[in-house]
Design a protein around this ligand. Structure first.
Ligand code: GAL
Length: 354
């Protein structure tokens, strides 16, 4: 709970005050042993410490690692002499039962605000209900629970003024992935047969980020009148090793037929890049590869030509927006239902210019 600690800002000074420009006391004057020795006591400053609970769906995730580190760093920058944030961050290890226990513990500990990166968006209601019932504001991040129509009207968010979601619109990232391929002279059709053949490496199929990126990347292509054919669609759970395995298997099965590798995130794209290289294929020459996130390793690959492009999933913008929302809630300000941060298309030209 919020702690109010009184501190003395100014130590009493042991010097007697001497009027400016006053002359030295005459040698004959008796020392004023009983004169007041200290300045009037300064008013005590109050330090408010807020307890913040942060549950991250899984620490072992390239993008969420950058995100969670920035949450901690940004809270630090907002501290002042009188306001402190005591951040307790936990790894939910991709385990819903574990996360539920962690939220119960946060509630028992009396957190002042909770930042929650859900393990399963389908379990959002249970957790939100608990946190709201405990009177604690709840900032949902990164994994968006969708409303009944698959849109931004999740009841637990729109009906609770102390609950909000901070994130990026995954549809945008999917469309940008498609646009990265459309921007190529051949629009991805390397062999010129009129059909772009691709594989899709999917994140976590329960997660709207994965669903929308899978759908919208291809929709961008077909909306532009490009014919496509999916050779393989497989779940890699955002994981680099799985991305590598899926791509290796697809290359072994379909070889030169594969023209584009779409990965729902950069983690899996890093794995795909390794398999592409191991298969003797060359990105930009006989295959294309796109991801999402713009993690530093992916930017390096784009610089070296080993990835066609990615989409910046702005972990700085999102973590700051989440912390700002938490602070607003702590200050008793009204929260919006949703806070959105834009994605940015990242190709070789963008990397060279930034
Ligand atoms: C996505 C991100 C993925 C992964 C996922 C976790 O936004 O692109 O790399 O971190 O969130 O939910």
């Amino acid at each position: 709970m919020k702690k109010l600690i009184s501190l003395l800002l100014v130590l009493a000074m042991a010097l007697a005050l001497v009027a400016c420009g006053a002359s030295e006391p005459a040698a004959t004057e008796a020392p004023k042993a009983d004169a007041p020795a200290a300045a009037p006591e300064a008013p005590a400053a109050e330090v408010t410490t807020y307890d913040v609970g942060v549950a991250i769906y899984q620490y072992n995730d390239n993008f969420m690692t950058l995100y969670r580190q920035e949450i901690e760093a940004y809270f630090k920058t907002l501290e002042t002499d009188t306001v402190k944030y005591n951040v307790t961050m936990v790894d939910s290890k991709n385990d819903m039962a574990e996360q539920t226990n962690q939220i119960d513990t946060f509630i028992t500990q009396g957190m002042d605000v909770i930042i929650l990166n859900l393990v399963q968006t389908s379990s959002a209601e249970v957790l939100i209900d608990k946190v709201v019932a405990a009177g604690i504001p709840c900032i949902l991040i990164n994994r968006e629970p969708l409303g009944d129509n698959g849109d931004e009207s999740y009841p637990g968010i729109i009906n609770n003024p102390t609950v909000c979601y901070v994130g990026a619109d995954a549809r945008q990232s999917g469309t940008m992935q498609g646009n990265l391929i459309l921007a190529l002279d051949n629009k991805g059709d390397l062999n010129g047969d009129g059909v772009v053949k691709y594989i899709m490496v999917i994140g976590d199929p329960e997660n709207p980020d994965a669903q929308y990126r899978t759908e919208k990347s291809i929709q961008a292509m077909t909306d532009a009148g490009v014919a496509v054919e999916c050779l393989v669609e497989n779940v890699g759970n955002w994981d680099q090793t799985k991305g590598q395995e899926i791509t290796a298997a697809a290359l072994a099965q379909f070889g030169d037929e594969i023209e584009v590798v779409f990965c729902n995130n950069d983690g899996m794209a890093l794995g795909a890049a390794a398999s592409i290289e191991a298969a003797g294929r060359v990105v930009g020459e006989d295959i294309y590869l796109v991801g999402v996130d713009a993690i530093p390793e992916a930017i390096e690959l784009i610089k070296n030509g080993a990835m066609t492009g990615t989409v910046l999933n702005d972990h700085i913008g999102q973590s700051h927006a989440a912390v700002d929302a938490a602070v607003a809630a702590l200050n008793g300000e009204e929260l919006q239902n949703y806070y959105w941060v834009d994605y940015v298309m990242v190709d070789a030209a963008y990397v060279a210019a930034n």
